[in-house]
Write a protein that binds this ligand. Structure first.
Ligand code: ADP
Ligand code: MG
Ligand code: ZN
Length: 304
């Protein structure tokens, strides 16, 4: 088997629930695009001390619908957690997210999506589906590593994001693109998002060659770019292997202008985030009746 045929790809797809009227935990409009920077904000999405987040019921329902569409288990109890990190895109220094650990689950676990690759059908397993808040948008002047400064726009901060994580079941950049297109079409049928909006679906792509270390390419903004970024990264890893060099486990950035991936940092380990339960939000209890009622409101999906 050639190195090109021995590639594993797993995706972490961030889908903005653009059809909700408001953000995930506050009443700010989800229609933030085109507004004056830092005008579509409030004390909650800016994370002022003492402000209290309230989960958006519609976001929970879209997450359940997505889980049903992807054949996932809808968990009866799920909690929000704080994922702690220090960076300018999150002024309160933690992101409210779901978390899978002993005794807690994301809103949906497992599942699969079947895609058509040429004449063949391929099953891509889903690891989990969870809700989290979108960070602020960072604007750079030219390439990220050459920009003299960073501009921060909080209009996007707090937007409801649905994260769909796959198992490393995709074998080529093309399969990754086909998966993303199908996921988009399902989310659009459900009515969760308008995939045509800039940045509505963004993706972290994990890729490894021949069982070596995996590299995570962060925040790729379109399906075409996911395919390009993965193709570049696979060639880069293969050429390193051929030169007898080691592929290191790291996080890389896809530079859309220069069409290369650049190293951002060595991969942080999970414990660096110091996850702990969000004390300001009670756990969600999701009853079978509620799931049934949501299922009854779902439209027919493309495959059916
Ligand atoms: P992290 O905490 O680093 O985000 P996860 O276990 O959540 O790690 O996995 C993130 C993604 O990495 C998933 O989409 C998964 O499919 C993918 N992944 C895991 N192992 C590999 C691998 N060996 N090669 C490529 N992708 C992988
Ligand atoms: Mg991750
Ligand atoms: Zn707000």
């Amino acid at each position: 088997m050639s190195l090109e045929e021995n590639v594993l790809i797993g995706l972490e797809v961030h889908c903005q629930l653009t059809n909700l009227k408001t953000k995930l935990f506050c009443g700010c409009s989800s229609d933030y695009r085109g507004k004056e920077p830092n005008s579509n904000v409030c004390v909650i999405c800016l994370g002022h001390p003492g402000s209290l987040p309230k989960p958006n019921r519609g976001a929970v329902e879209y997450a359940i619908m997505t889980g049903l569409a992807l054949n996932s288990t809808i968990n009866s109890k799920t909690s929000f957690y704080r994922k702690n990190y220090f960076y300018v895109d999150m002024s309160k220094n933690f992101q409210i997210s779901m978390y899978e650990t002993n005794g807690s689950a994301a809103i949906c676990t497992g599942g699969y999506l079947d895609i058509n690759v040429g004449a063949k059908k391929k099953r891509v397993r889903i690891t989990r589906i969870q809700l989290e808040e979108d960070p602020a948008k960072l604007v750079h002047i030219g390439p990220i590593d050459l920009s003299p400064y960073t501009l921060v726009d909080y209009n996007r901060a707090g937007m409801a994001l649905l994260e769909v994580v796959t198992e490393p079941d995709l074998a080529s950049p093309r399969e990754a693109r086909i998966f993303l297109q199908k996921l988009r079409s399902i989310l659009e049928h459900i009515g969760a998002l308008d995939g045509g909006l800039e940045g509505a679906m963004r993706c972290d792509a994990n890729v490894s060659v021949e069982g070596r270390a995996r590299v995570e390419i962060k925040n790729i903004s379109s399906f075409k770019e996911v395919e390009r970024a993965l193709s570049y990264e696979i060639s880069r890893q293969i050429s390193q292997i051929k030169k007898g060099e080691r592929v290191v486990r790291e996080t890389r950035h896809w530079d859309e202008i220069r069409k290369v991936t650049i190293s951002l940092r060595e991969k942080e380990e999970e414990y660096d985030y110091r996850y702990f339960p969000e004390p300001d939000i009670v756990p969600l209890h999701i009853t079978p009746e509620y799931v049934k009622e949501i299922r009854s409101r779902m439209p027919e999906l493309p495959d059916a």
